[in-house]
Design a protein around this ligand. Structure first.
Ligand code: DQA
Length: 137
């Protein structure tokens, strides 16, 4: 089984960025732990701060992978293009967020991703990614 985690803007700063909201662990470290735990799954990881690169990656993976785990970060709340990309591909996409976006600012209550996603997991910290992974198993 081939699963890719796609992370959007500023998630390269996990561990350093607002640790009270996003925790103290960097994503590479967390990703290594996931790879060790789920050895039978071909896990890939991609991060970009650039909207078009995220769209390119969804298109690239979206007809051959078994699942996409997408944290579009701030673009979740702004990007029609990313929402359309999620709808365009055949690979199921699970939307994840580290924080519970519904107990934060109003602008975080809107998602352009959710309508095209298979499901949404949010608010469980980095564990949100593992829960999304388990949803594909
Ligand atoms: C986030 C929530 C977004 O509102 C925010 O812009 C992020 C991270 C999360 O994982 O909690 O960058 O997607």
């Amino acid at each position: 089984m081939k699963i890719i985690i796609i992370n959007g803007p500023n998630l390269n700063l996990l561990g350093k960025r607002e640790p009270e909201v996003y925790g103290a662990t960097g994503f590479e470290e967390y990703f290594s732990q996931l790879q060790m735990k789920y050895k039978d799954i071909q896990l890939a990881y991609f991060q970009s701060n650039i909207e078009g690169e995220l769209i390119d990656k969804i298109q690239e993976a979206g007809f051959s992978y078994d699942g996409i785990i997408l944290n579009a970060a701030a673009y979740t709340h702004t990007s029609v293009g990313l929402g359309d990309a999620v709808k365009a591909v055949t690979t199921p996409v699970v939307e994840v967020h580290i924080s519970n976006t519904f107990n934060r600012e109003d602008f975080r209550h809107v998602s352009y991703i959710s309508a095209g996603a298979k499901g949404v997991i949010l608010g469980f910290g980095l564990q949100s990614y593992e829960l999304a992974l388990q949803s594909f198993l």
